[in-house]
Design a protein around this ligand. Structure first.
Ligand code: SF4
Length: 233
């Protein structure tokens, strides 16, 4: 087994200045999150790379709970790309109509199912380049699939990761891509996938977008947002 990479002690530029608190806290933040949840997993339900791809595409602007509800019926009837590729766009749209953007999603998924059947022999490809060549699969979704379906270390930056990493001072970025670059510079590769899940779950249940639950948060002592808010009082 290869030796785990050390956590980098690199400092992080915050608004053009160096934030020593953030730089010192990365290791502690990751350790606290690891202790609270040693084996973090996605909350999306799937039984194959194809089903994960479908669930990940459907999760745009929808919660995992909503997606799981839709996919449990969808996958029972259409478990693989061959079954989905045989549907019409209208049939697929009606299967997923309780989710936001369902018309776009049905168009993308149908085109993706057909491409996977034609170009990839019915199998979801396992490289970033091939994944991102599929309709509806951007960098974030490709990262989710690489990590959860193919065990390739990847740090997908969704809205939760972006917000929580920003508040904690782990990444001060204007775009998810920039945040991913900053996070993967300071988090060791073997922790990328877990760090994604930890930050997603923390954002979903504790560091909520509108009203972060700082009172129950284990990370207050290491949080830029918390320290700024309390400095104002
Ligand atoms: S202290 Fe508050 S803002 Fe900071 S990570 Fe925790 S919940 Fe989020």
């Amino acid at each position: 087994m290869s030796k785990p990479e050390p956590v980098l002690k690199e400092t992080i530029a915050v608004g053009g200045m160096t934030c020593a608190v953030c730089a010192a806290s990365i290791e502690k933040v990751l350790e606290i999150l690891r202790k609270a949840n040693p084996n973090p997993q996605t909350e999306l339900k799937f039984a194959s790379p194809w089903q994960l791809l479908v669930a990940a595409v459907l999760s745009a602007q929808s919660t995992d709970v909503q997606v799981n509800k839709v996919t449990s019926a969808l996958f029972a009837r259409y478990p693989g790309p061959a079954e989905m590729a045989a549907l019409t766009e209208e049939q697929l749209a009606s299967e997923i109509k309780t989710l936001g953007l369902y018309r776009h999603k049905s168009r993308y998924l149908l085109a993706t199912a057909q491409l996977i059947m034609e170009r990839f022999n019915g199998k979801v490809p396992s490289t970033r380049e091939e994944l991102q060549s599929l309709p509806g699969v951007g960098r974030k979704t490709a990262n989710v699939i690489l990590a959860a379906a193919f065990s390739v270390p990847a740090l997908a930056v969704d809205t939760h990761v972006f917000r929580v990493a920003g508040r904690l001072g782990l990444a001060k970025a204007h775009t998810p891509e920039e945040a991913e670059r900053q996070l993967t510079r300071v988090i060791p590769r073997h922790l990328w996938t877990s760090a994604h899940h930890w930050l997603v779950l923390h954002g979903r249940y504790v560091c909520l977008a509108r009203r972060p639950r700082c009172g129950i948060c284990l990370l207050c002592s290491f949080c830029c947002y918390y320290s700024e808010e309390n400095r104002k009082d």
